[in-house]
Design a protein around this ligand. Structure first.
Ligand SMILES: Cc1cc2nc3c(=O)[nH]c(=O)nc-3n(C[C@H](O)[C@H](O)[C@H](O)COP(=O)(O)O)c2cc1C
Length: 483
């Protein structure tokens, strides 16, 4: 049975600890009632050594178990933490044992999540390194300072990045609990749970919690400047306009921004707008053109250029990467913990393959690649950023007149297996012969999930065959010319 553990942590918000337990218990009851089936998950609160915990206001709570007794589980959820001046949680000491236990669970395949400033617990366990995440507004700057490799988003209420879920507002544990149910038990269970816990799904996704009073304490000038840029929305905003809106001169604006963030007014405006666009790409279905406008870019081409400069990838590829991180279909690689399949190990196996392995998502326009292993990068010379989000045909360059391509195209459209050898070109332009196998992957209900591509570099073999062919032709010619 699926096991969800709520981590009891001294210094947490008591409401979040009890709230997570209540929300999940209510949801479980409602799911049993609505479906008539057995409870979909087991629920447990646990702390280091099973000791009672004390919340940030000094109230004490008992827990069900000790984390040391729990070898593995399917999800670990951490409550928000009480934060002090500046947004730093007041109790970051003594977190190491629970943080490393959570990390271990994650590496065994568990989904892990934290509400609000609970993100710091994940940070202590190294789980935010290289991950997109969110936390409450008060704590974003501290989070960035303490975990420089984390990539926190402002204005995103919930983010999942490779089985690490973070939510923004201090009371967002309801969202966290429901997201966990959706990931582990599916859409229907999540809908029943949402109804039972009186959750207003719409508003939760639309608004981020922005306590401006706290923000003003951090760096009022920078925060006010950021607010003006965000609120300008579609309106064009120059450095002069920004200085004017801040009731200051352009020169002072320049100086104060340089001091505060090291940026010129122009790059500050661009960066804030790119941040807005990133969040829209992650959380909305808007087209690139539409969201570029919403984020304040007047023309799409300059948006694409500026976005690429800041984010390192094109907007479409960024969206694909963000979806691949949080899309429920990611569970092909994030199949829940168990003896059978452990995601990290699976990835390692795929990375040690001697052939390229790719997955294309047929539900997205033009079936872009959403996964490529290390060997594929080696064979092609392209990096993940070049590959993810693009249809694999880019490897053909202008050499499109190939019989194998037509066969691949037909097989993909008919969802059939195919093996073809194609002339492909590495990033440095060198030709290689790619023996490609495409296989559709279906789920247990027969629904197409992904197209699996396996690539072998058969250049040496193809060259040897070409040489044999030439030699045979020469021999034949010689034989004909014999007197
Ligand atoms: C999972 C997968 C992997 C693929 N890998 C390659 C590849 O490595 N090289 C290549 O030239 N085409 C590859 N293709 C084929 C192209 O994506 C495309 O299907 C083919 O070029 C035919 O379509 P087109 O005529 O629209 O280009 C792959 C397709 C899929 C579904």
């Amino acid at each position: 049975m699926v096991k969800i553990v709520i981590a009891g942590i001294t210094g947490c918000l008591g409401s979040a600890f009890i709230g997570l337990a209540d929300t999940l218990a209510l949801a479980r009851e409602a799911i049993v009632h609505a479906t008539g089936e057995a409870p979909p998950f087991d629920l447990l609160t646990a702390s280091s050594n099973g000791a009672r915990i004390t919340d940030g206001f000094g109230r004490s709570y008992a827990v069900d178990a000790s984390i040391e007794e729990i070898a593995c589980c399917d999800a670990v959820l951490a409550p928000g933490l009480q934060v002090g001046e500046g947004g730093l949680p007041t109790s970051l000491t003594n977190l190491s044992s629970i943080a490393s236990w959570i990390r271990r669970q994650h590496s065994r395949g568990a989904l892990v999540g934290a509400a609000g400033a609970g993100a710091f617990i994940l940070g202590e366990g190294g789980l935010l390194d290289g991950r997109r995440c969110t936390t409450n507004w008060r704590s974003v700057e501290e989070l960035k300072r303490r975990y420089p490799r984390a990539d926190p988003a402002r204005g995103a209420p919930l983010i999942e990045d490779r089985r690490v879920v973070t939510t923004a507002a201090p009371l967002s544990w309801v969202d966290l609990a429901l997201h966990c149910i959706q990931s582990l038990c599916g859409e229907t269970a999540a809908r029943i749970a949402a109804d039972a816990t009186a959750f207003d799904g719409g508003s939760g996704q639309d608004a981020a919690y922005v306590p401006t009073g706290y923000l003003a304490g951090a760096n009022p000038f920078l925060i006010e400047a950021e607010r003006i840029v965000r609120q300008a929305g579609e309106r064009a905003l120059s450095a002069t306009d920004l200085a004017h809106a801040l009731s200051t001169s352009e020169r002072t604006l320049h100086r104060r921004l340089k001091e505060a963030s090291g940026e010129s007014p122009k790059s500050f405006i661009d960066r804030v707008r790119v941040e807005t666009a990133r969040t829209l790409l992650e959380t909305s279905e808007k087209s690139v053109k539409e969201l570029a406008g919403d984020a304040g870019f007047t023309d799409e081409a300059s948006f694409r250029r500026i976005f690429r400069r800041y984010a390192g990838v094109a907007p479409g590829a960024y969206r694909v990467l963000a979806r691949a991180r949080s899309h429920p279909k990611g569970h092909v690689f994030a199949i829940r913990k168990s003896a059978e399949l452990i995601p990290e190990i699976l990835t390692r196996i795929l990375d040690s393959c001697v052939n390229g392995v790719t997955l294309a998502d047929p539900d997205q326009e033009d079936a872009p690649i959403v996964y490529a292993n290390r060997e594929f990068e080696r064979i092609t010379g392209y990096s993940q950023e070049d590959i993810i989000g693009h249809n694999c045909r880019f490897l053909q360059g202008n050499d499109r007149d190939q019989e194998g391509r037509a066969r691949a195209r037909e097989a993909v459209s008919k969802r059939e297996h195919v093996e073809v050898t194609l002339r492909n070109y590495r990033k440095d332009g060198a030709l290689f012969y790619n023996k490609l196998n495409i296989t559709p992957l279906y789920d247990t209900q027969g629904q197409l999930l992904y197209l699996l591509g396996v690539q072998y570099d058969v250049t040496a073999q193809a060259r040897a065959e070409a040489e044999i062919f030439t030699l045979k032709a020469r021999l034949a010619a010689l034989a004909e010319n014999k007197p």
